[in-house]
Design a protein around this ligand. Structure first.
Ligand code: HEC
Length: 105
């Protein structure tokens, strides 16, 4: 991990917490891409990038949605994703799944 990566990850995580705390839900396409922006501190920002983190762009809409929901419920083992996923509403998870997910896995 480079020294710049950790501050970036912290910023993203704090943004996630702030976004969840204000009680409003993302509704427009721009707001959805802002929501997804909080994921890029760890996951690839564009399709086709290789990295050590799970590649969200390889998952189907249903897989992204189901995994985030499982993280929220504690039904899927996680180091950080259970905490992150708990900050999103059902509607926001649907928007994130549609943003990252592919039509077919
Ligand atoms: C702090 C780093 C970090 C951030 C930020 C982050 N993730 Fe993750 N994500 C992980 C890690 C690490 C895993 C592997 C599971 C674990 O240990 O929590 C993971 C796993 C996942 C998985 C399951 C992938 C698979 O192939 O099973 C999904 C879906 C996911 N993240 C979605 C998201 C979304 C959507 C966001 C933004 C809202 C996000 N993540 C933000 C670190 C992060």
């Amino acid at each position: 991990m480079t020294t710049l990566t950790w501050p970036l990850m912290l910023t993203c995580t704090l943004w996630t917490a702030w976004a969840a705390a204000d009680g409003k839900e993302a509704d427009s396409a721009i707001e959805t891409s802002l929501l997804a922006g909080s994921c890029y501190g760890c996951h690839a920002a564009t399709r086709g990038q290789q990295g050590v983190m799970p590649d969200l762009w390889q998952l189907s809409v249903e897989q992204v949605s189901a995994r985030l929901t499982d993280y929220q419920r504690g039904d899927r083992e996680a180091t950080v994703m259970s905490r992150i996923a708990s900050g999103y509403s059902e509607r926001e998870i649907e928007r994130l799944a549609n943003y990252f997910g592919r039509a077919t896995p």
